[in-house]
Design a protein around this ligand. Sequence first.
Ligand code: SF4
Ligand code: SF4
Ligand code: SF4
Length: 345
Amino acid sequence: MRITINGRAIETAEGATILKIAKENGFRIPTLCHMESLIPTGFCRMCVVEVNGLQNPVTACNTPAVDGMVIETDTPKIREIRKEVLKFMLVNHPLDCPVCDKGGECDLQDYVYEYGIEKAEYQVEIKPKEYRTYSTSAIKYHPNRCILCSRCIRACREIAGREVLDLIETGFRARVEAVRPERCISCGECLAACPVGALTENVSSLKGRKWQAKRVTTVCGYCGVGCSLEVNVVRDKLIKVTTREGLGTNHGTLCVKGRFGFEFVQSPERLNTPLIRENGGFREASWDEALTYMTAKLKEIKEKDGPDSIAGLASARATCEENYLFQKFIRAAIGTNNIDHCARL
Ligand code: SF4
Ligand code: SF4
Ligand code: SF4
């Protein structure tokens, strides 16, 4: 079929939404409630566009393009509508960007700036929503920063399959609530979906801004699924784990361990000296002493009972390279295939 976007004729297959075709052809349409991995709803109205012959603008995220459509994505009228949408989102929004963990990577903050809104014009005399405990202690919930886009609710339902969250009440009192907290598995899909600072992390709160962090894509070592994730490093410290929609075999999703289980990396409780078991306890030893002891013991066992009497168990908390070397050692130096890894759960 043939459609026209901002004066450019485009040939495209049938069945895609206006937003998808626009994106594929390099036209930027702002969105807040939209995520590729979620069923589109048109909740936030940021993606409105004009279509020739239609009296009212339509939401691009959930309107299928049809043959012959003539679409305008950035007219003065459209920009004015988006500006009003943003102003309504700012009603009683606390604007605490300096202390908000999302500052610098918040879609609302970016759009408000882009659309030239200089102050929160509309305010309503209503008590601020109270901070309430969320369904998991890994996440903090700031209801006054919520823009009611429902991404968290849909991510919990459509990605995690848990249906913990829902919208309660109406009007200015409407809020997201963990209505079935007992079903929460602390996966953090809701957190990853939130485009603003309404849901923030407890583990990494206020440890560094996006522009200070180096994001390194790596693979989670906790289990054999091998999810891709990004470690965020600030001044040589791992401050949090993020993902990108569509990234890796996991398509940007994670479980509680991959997303929140990284504090062991910098834990002061990590062993940094070898320990030798003696008299029912452990005593610290030098590397030389421990390695000499271990070599002698392994040789003794191998000579007496054969290499298959020895087995190696590697750790997910070691690096890929360390695990590779360890299996090489067990196979080549010891001479057995008895090697396993706790990531093969
Ligand atoms: S959610 Fe965004 S706009 Fe709101 S306080 Fe946080 S950074 Fe600022
Ligand atoms: S952490 Fe996971 S299960 Fe819990 S509310 Fe969020 S998405 Fe749902
Ligand atoms: S908590 Fe975040 S994701 Fe959920 S509705 Fe509010 S702004 Fe949207």
